[in-house]
Design a protein around this ligand. Structure first.
Ligand code: AMP
Ligand code: MG
Length: 504
């Protein structure tokens, strides 16, 4: 379909929610985007929604049922609310370590930005049809990948990990060809901004320093005001983004999350998890785990993510160099170096709290490293191991089989248990208090592939109840009520055969 045809087919409804529209991105100028309407989807229906995200946006409680709002039409790309000014933005990026040139929102459309009690939020439809940046793609997203993005966005939020949010998924019988014939869906995503490292790379590569300056000023003004008064605001911005990225990487590693496609166009300038594709959570702990079936070289393997974050920050730094100038290269290198230490500290801190240590002791690194090495050696379940570690008793005769029984190596069990118990006693750790604290950082349930897969299969058969049930569980991943449920259990054998690729 021609993009202009799509534009004329979408109507603006008489009234929308009581929102104040900001739409600040438009002020950046015409080089940054193309204004266009979504391409309508035939006979749309609801698939899933997040009440928690609806609350963030201040939607009325009847937002889905209210006939005059007609939210279904809006969130399937068939209508607009007054105040919405949809646009697709342009960016570039490095994909799998290679400069890919111009990319852009090939199937995402920003509807606009609203004020909320927790600050401005942008709404985006993913899968809303062709844009000038669609390249070879069809502008669509399929039901399978939309459910995965929806569930994982809200799951990450539940885990306390910075992420774009997801309000809802709508579906349509429109056929969409991937490896097989699937059906179309649209995810409504929400974030303070969807600006990526690739936006900066885009204007730097084009040598459009004026646009690059405007973009940098915009991001500092609206998202990093603390950098405004620095003698070198672009260096200060790089530093702030590096710190957030280091924290994000530590949070991913701690829960065993693999993104799968850490290209620079999938890196949020706000340090949010963004663009959920072939992501996965570790089952058995495997540093070399590759969640993206298409990533044959393992560039984005689990243990490589923090280094890839570093690589991507280099690309962002390159993008900012026209504003920083060669004279300040040392300051840039210092910022990049500091990322490594910041990540290492953040990771140590998280691992210490995962192990229930209230203080930092010199033997911690050795204890933690030997635990992780044994987990890697035996492929011990990452989530279950840390969750059960909270049941560890420091009583002298305690066997702690519930957790230590997860290891086959009897010598390791005895050695590590003794050292761990000794370490806990050295800070007079109280078993009950420690367990409560650990259960607030070690989730019982994460979105394992097989859980998503079961929900997707039912949804593809027209039953969306499992998506909605799973959402509720994932929104409270630390809740002890889930510990005895199948959601928190080991993955079934068939989970090993699930293959997730870039195609979505
Ligand atoms: P990704 O790595 O999946 O985030 O996407 C890389 C680029 O391809 C981005 O510019 C996307 O907008 C674009 N893209 C991915 N899938 C499609 C599609 N089905 N139609 C149009 N563009 C797409
Ligand atoms: Mg992307």
């Amino acid at each position: 379909m021609n993009i202009d045809d799509a534009t004329t087919a979408v109507s603006t409804l008489a009234a929308g929610p009581d929102w104040r529209w900001r739409n600040r991105f438009h002020a950046l100028g015409a080089e940054f985007y193309t204004e266009l309407s979504p391409q309508p989807l035939p006979t749309p229906h609801w698939v899933a929604h997040s009440e928690s995200c609806a609350e963030l946006l201040g939607l009325p409680s009847d937002w889905q049922a209210n006939q005059s709002l007609n939210a279904l039409a809006v969130f399937s790309g068939n209508a607009l609310w007054p105040g919405m000014r949809p646009l697709a933005s342009v960016y570039s990026g490095h994909q799998f370590g290679v400069w890919a040139g111009q990319l852009g929102d090939g199937r995402a459309l920003s509807l606009g930005e609203i004020d909320t009690p927790s600050g401005p939020q942008e709404l985006q439809l993913k899968g809303a049809g062709l844009t000038p940046y669609s390249r070879m793609g069809d502008g669509r997203a399929v039901l399978r990948s939309s459910i995965r993005e929806f569930l994982c966005s809200e799951a990450m939020h539940g885990l306390g990990i910075p992420t774009t949010r997801a309000l809802c998924v709508t579906g349509s019988p429109l056929p969409v060809l991937r490896e097989t014939l699937e059906t179309a869906a649209v995810v409504t995503r929400v974030a303070p901004s969807f600006i990526r490292f690739g936006h900066f790379e885009h204007f730097a590569q084009r040598r459009d320093t004026a646009a690059l300056q405007r973009l940098t000023d915009f991001v500092i003004e609206h998202h990093y005001p603390e950098c405004r008064d620095s003698p070198h605001p672009a260096v200060a911005l790089l530093n702030a983004v590096a710190l957030r990225t280091a924290e994000l990487m530590a949070q991913w590693q701690a829960v065993g999350f693999c993104h799968g496609v850490m290209n620079t166009d999938n890196m949020s300038i706000l340090g949010l998890t963004i663009d959920y594709g072939p992501f996965g959570f570790l089952d058995g702990h495997d540093p070399d785990h590759i969640c993206n079936h298409t990533d044959r070289q393992g560039r984005y393997a689990y243990a490589s993510q923090p280094n890839i974050g570093f690589w991507n920050l280099h690309a962002l730094a390159q993008g900012l160099m026209p504003l920083i100038g060669r004279d300040h290269t040392d300051a840039v290198l210092e910022v990049l170096e500091a990322y490594k230490q910041h990540y290492a500290n953040a990771m140590r801190r998280r691992l210490r709290s995962k192990c229930g240590f209230a203080t930092a002791q010199k033997e911690d690194a050795g204890l933690i490293d030997s635990l992780m090495a044994q987990m890697a050696h035996e492929r011990t379940d990452h989530t279950i191991l840390f969750r059960r570690l909270s049941t560890f008793s420091t009583a002298p005769d305690a066997e702690n089989l519930h957790v230590m029984g997860l290891f086959d190596d009897l010598a390791f069990r005895a050695r590590w248990s003794a050292a761990y118990a000794e370490r806990l006693r050295s800070e007079r750790s109280n078993d009950l208090q420690r367990a409560a604290a650990m259960n607030r950082v070690n989730p019982g349930v994460v979105l394992r592939n097989h859980l998503a897969e079961s929900a997707i299969r039912q949804a593809q058969a027209g039953d969306f109840s499992e998506v909605q049930r799973l959402l509720k569980v994932l929104q409270k991943p630390f809740d002890e009520r889930h510990d005895t449920s199948a959601d928190a259990d080991f993955p079934p054998d068939w989970a090993q055969h699930i293959e997730v690729s870039c195609s979505s």
